[in-house]
Unconditional design. Structure first.
Length: 222
């Protein structure tokens, strides 16, 4: 795929994603390396734009230089107000036990402390925090404490079986190592979609407290 073809697909992905307005986003593709410049309306939008780029097969690197420019009428919030808004958003999410999470904000930099009972919930809480106006970045210090005991061997089998069922992943190219509920994924995947599928499979498995990513993207034509 040529750089121009990649750029066209990226622009098409933006047009299909109604979560974010990309009218002020410029895309340059050079040797399969993408540079994003321009402005978006929130830090969540900045992350979504990068996610859309990762959907394109063949991308080697993404340089996200987008600036966040809130709409003119957006109120300027204090750190205390931002922290309160994040805490309220966590409370409204039925999958998150907000009683075990503390939120602190300094200069728009938000830190999550406490525990969650599943690895994927750690990043769901982070996504919720990024969606709040005024948050410029998130430091995620949540620990994962599963409510169910899961043996390493059982975890490995569950993850391997799930990978075999996933159409995006060549399971034989991914080695799964589990030690003390910590999963290491080692091997090769053909694209970003396969990388995300493998990572999500491990992350969403009950009992996993950490996923160590040692996967390399090896495109079929390399």
């Amino acid at each position: 795929m040529t750089d121009e073809e990649m750029r066209t697909i990226i622009i098409d992905n933006f047009a299909l994603d109604d979560r974010v307005n990309t009218a002020e986003v410029s895309v340059v593709v050079d040797n399969s390396r993408v540079t994003l410049t321009g402005t978006v309306s929130s830090y969540r939008a900045k992350r979504i734009v990068e996610e859309d780029v990762r959907e394109v097969v063949g991308i080697l690197k993404i340089n996200n230089q987008l600036w966040v420019q809130y709409p003119l009428m957006t109120p300027v919030l204090t750190d205390e107000e931002i922290a309160s808004n994040v805490a309220n958003a966590l409370t409204r999410n039925p999958e998150i036990d907000d009683n075990k999470i503390d939120v602190s904000v300094i200069g728009g930099l938000l830190t999550l402390h406490g525990t969650v009972d599943a690895f994927w919930k750690k990043f769901q809480a982070e996504d919720i925090a990024y969606s709040i106006t005024g948050v410029i970045d998130v430091i995620n210090e949540l620990a994962v404490v599963p409510t169910k005991n899961a043996q390493d061997e059982e975890l490995a089998k569950c993850i391997e079986n799930a990978l075999e069922r996933n159409m995006d992943v060549e399971a034989e190219d991914v080695n799964v190592i589990v030690e003390n509920s910590r999963v290491s994924l080692i091997g090769f995947v053909p694209n970003w979609a396969a990388w995300r599928a493998a990572h999500n499979t491990a992350s969403y498995t009950t009992g996993v407290i950490m996923v160590v990513d040692k996967l390399a993207i090896r495109y079929p034509d390399n």
